[in-house]
Write a protein that binds this ligand. Structure first.
Ligand code: ADP
Ligand code: ZN
Length: 596
């Protein structure tokens, strides 16, 4: 449970008490009003009227309690007793005694005080006041919570996540174990004169487990984990970002030893510019962070971990010694890592006997830990809706498709014309890939819409690759444009269906030129992260050259895709027809078409 949670809980309790108090107050007020109305009609008799009645000798009996000005009156000609208020009990008693002496027949009864009655009376009369006081206290309490706790406070929690919960990442874990030891026994390291890193930067795509591993360090060492996300600082009022950073570190020092985790640090730590407005606010926050990182005492055992997916954006000042001087890359898991992650996340799920997590791991190259966790969750949902007792392989495979291509859309009605277009488009991808040396084998082709796609072609993934060759990237472009090429040649028209392929192809071609230095005219220069003025250092026309190179790569690939389609027209028709007939064809059915 973290502090924020506690505050929320407190808030809830106050809110409940507040509601109850308001409700009770309303009931009491209503009751009082009701009672009053009831009395005032015929049960009440005014003091002057009472005196008149006494003078007329029309009063039969008067009952009063010592010390109370409220009395009960029974008139001779009436059944009901009435209430009356007298200004002074003593004067009234004397008056009656006088009248009795004059020959008046009034039965005066004086009851002793009922202590219980008086107490409850007093409480009852004080109740509204008590309620109002409680109300005020509650209102103040709630306001106090509002500005001190919730808004500025960083989350802090005790985690029970350990390295066991983190699959794969073995080298990273080994590297981080010394941080755990340090948090456990800082003295030992200090006596040895060892300097332990203050800050560690974790680089990696979202969902690769950066937060998880940071929590695991805290969990292993048994220290609190305080976290904050850089994105919280975006669009913040002036000065607030800096003050929040200050408070975060204040708290960290107070509860030290602990782990501070700053997610999406690029949101505050991006390169400082001399800008104004939002940018200078950003600078203030970043400056405060730098001040805090430098300002630790040696006895304060606070380790700051930060995560980002865009290391190139970070201000270099953050990476200086004493700040984030250690950097660890958290890569997407390899096949073995994926299998382990699947294992961890399927622990609490009933799996059928036909499940092979290894196979799923093979099929999910490039998936992050978060995506794999999501696959298992989706599989559980699918298995439930299909009313399976356990998750079976088919549920899991469907879940992988759902996560990659989107949910199957059974309800959408598709015209025959669209079906034909999709069939030729997907057949185009499949055929072209089939004849490209470097491209993976087709796993499944379908014209059933999923997510935004009208159809899809899935490829087998054989192995995890660390390097991709230029030839492979060129052929990838050809495969991507195979859909469009098939539409053009077989149907003599082109459609919007290829828009995503075109987007991906453009990005691949740009990366080839700007990131991987694969074009002859640009050469091995990284132009990707350069700003406008930096680009100019490579000549005024460098951007034109990039454009020409990208276009040439795409044109060549599109040309080659069309040639392949023309060459294998009969196969294209065969695959498209099979698709129109069966909607989804497997790898075996696909390969069979090429057998004869
Ligand atoms: P990041 O901080 O890198 O964006 P997270 O640490 O928040 O990613 O990961 C999101 C979720 O994905 C985790 O809570 C966990 O369920 C799952 N996950 C990611 N990586 C792993 C891993 N290596 N082992 C087990 N689960 C993982
Ligand atoms: Zn396509």
């Amino acid at each position: 449970m973290n502090d924020k949670g506690k505050d929320n809980k407190k808030d809830k309790i106050y809110y409940t008490i507040f509601s109850i108090v308001v409700l009770v107050s309303i009931v009491i007020i209503a009751f009082a009003l009701f009672n009053k109305n009831n009395n005032s009609d015929d049960k009440e008799i005014s003091y002057t009227e009472l005196i008149t009645k006494i003078d007329q000798n029309a009063v039969e009996k008067i009952e009063m309690t010592v010390g109370s000005t409220s009395i009960k009156v029974k008139l001779k000609n009436e059944e009901e007793e009435k209430n009356a208020i007298v200004p002074s009990t003593q004067a009234f008693v004397e008056l009656i005694q006088e009248k009795v002496q004059e020959g008046n027949t009034i039965d005066l009864k004086q009851n002793p005080v009922n202590p219980l009655l008086t107490i409850s009376d007093t409480i009852f009369s004080l109740l509204p006041t008590i309620m109002i006081v409680i109300l005020f206290i509650l209102i103040f309490k709630m306001q106090g919570l509002g500005d001190k706790g919730k808004v500025y406070d960083a989350e802090s929690e005790k985690t029970n996540i350990t390295f066991k919960d983190v699959a794969g990442l073995d080298e990273e874990k080994t590297e981080l174990i010394e941080i755990v030891d340090f948090l456990k026994e800082p003295k030992k390291f200090q006596e040895m004169g060892a300097k332990i890193p203050r800050g560690i930067l974790l680089y990696g795509k979202p969902g690769t487990g950066k937060t998880l591993i940071a929590k695991a360090i805290a969990g292993e060492a048994g220290v609190p984990f305080i976290s904050m996300s850089g994105s919280e600082f975006i669009e913040m009022f002036a000065g607030l970002g800096a003050s929040r950073v200050r408070k975060l570190f204040e708290k960290a020092k107070k509860i030290s030893p602990c782990i501070v985790f700053i997610d999406e640090i690029d949101a505050i730590g991006s390169r400082r510019t001399g800008g104004s407005g939002a940018e200078s606010e950003n600078n203030q926050t970043l400056n405060q962070l730098l001040v805090e990182m430098d300002g630790f005492n040696t006895d304060e055992t606070v380790i700051v971990l930060a995560a980002t997916n865009r290391p190139e954006m970070l201000d270099k000042a953050l990476l200086r010694p004493g700040r984030f001087d250690r950097q660890i890359t958290i890569a997407a898991p390899d096949a073995r890592g994926r299998e382990e992650i699947l294992k961890i996340h399927s622990k609490n799920k009933p799996l059928g006997d036909d499940i092979s997590l290894k196979e799923i791991a093979t099929d999910t190259a490039g998936f992050t830990g978060a995506e794999l966790a999501n696959v298992l969750n989706e599989a559980a949902i699918i298995a439930t809706t299909r009313e399976h007792k356990k998750i079976v392989m088919d549920d899991l495979e469907e879940a992988v498709k759902k996560v990659t291509v989107g949910l199957q859309k059974n309800s959408r009605v598709i015209s025959d014309k669209d079906k034909k277009l999709t069939a030729y488009h997907e057949a185009g991808h499949a055929i072209v890939s089939k004849y490209l040396e470097t491209q993976q084998d087709v796993k499944e082709v379908s014209i059933i819409p999923r997510g935004l796609a009208g159809g899809y072609t899935m490829y087998k993934t054989n192995e995890d690759k660390y390097y991709i060759s230029k030839t492979e990237m060129e052929e990838k472009l050809v495969a991507l444009l195979g859909g469009r090429a098939a539409e053009k040649i077989a149907l003599d028209d082109i459609s919007t269906g290829a828009s995503n392929d075109i987007e991906v192809a453009t990005q691949v071609a740009k990366d080839m030129v700007k990131k991987y230095g694969m074009s002859n005219r640009v050469g091995p220069i990284n132009l990707e992260t350069k700003e406008q003025y930096e680009l100019q250092a490579f000549g005024n026309s460098v951007e034109d050259v990039i454009g020409v190179e990208v276009k040439e790569l795409i044109d060549t690939a599109y040309q080659r895709a069309q040639e392949l389609i023309k060459e294998h027209m009969d196969k294209l028709h065969a695959v498209a027809e099979k698709l129109l007939e069966k909607e989804t064809i497997t790898a075996e059915e696909f390969e069979k078409i090429f057998d004869n």
